[in-house]
Design a protein around this ligand. Sequence first.
Ligand code: PEP
Length: 241
Amino acid sequence: MYFIANWKMYGDLKTLNSLDKVIKFSKDNRKNKFKIVYCPPNTLIRPLSKRLIKTKIEVGAQNCHESENSGAHTGQVNSKMLRNVGAKYVILGHSENRQIGETDSLINSKIKSSIKSGLKIIFCIGETLKERRSKKTNQTLSLQIKKGLKSIKNKSNIIIAYEPVWSIGTGLIPKSEDLIKSIKFIKKKFGKKSPKILYGGSVNNISISQLKKISVIDGFLIGGASQDSKKFIDIIKKTYI
Ligand code: PEP
């Protein structure tokens, strides 16, 4: 099971001290088969990966430029640079970036470049409330998968995060039967070689009691609740109780 923390634009060097609890928890539970990945803002990737040396916890980024080559792109960071400072994963296609204009085709280029740089990709897909209400959930998911993964044959480094947009940061989660349907729908798109499918959207130490019962889920992408180490550990513990 994956537990991926998306810190969004939160956290500074001081915040990293709060991770000592998670590091201890991970060490105490070495034999358990869960994988923790922290995706902090880019400013914290290097200090965090240094802190996590000799632990099983890994580090990822939250986005990158579409070219793995250097260039005149003020304010941008590419996948190679992320790899160079210790990132092993990158979140791509997050709805907060889609909402500010990131297109499926741009996401596709970012995924390709990140694969070339050797990163594992957490590819986010999910329908808006409007799409859900007009029964277009499957159509949206299909298109996002088709366009986002266009011409990518080897998908072994891709993990899908199904994140209904209306569920992110709202405290709302889908009904279990709807969630199972969507995850099965996504899995079916890939046939026997389905990537791991995570769920994301208001996962916390309360909603996990419902979500953990859904066996088709391979892990969670956690925003808000991942910034509180105690809550984050609680989510992991409760998944296995
Ligand atoms: C996210 O940002 O990917 C996310 C799922 O956020 P939250 O857990 O806060 O809903």
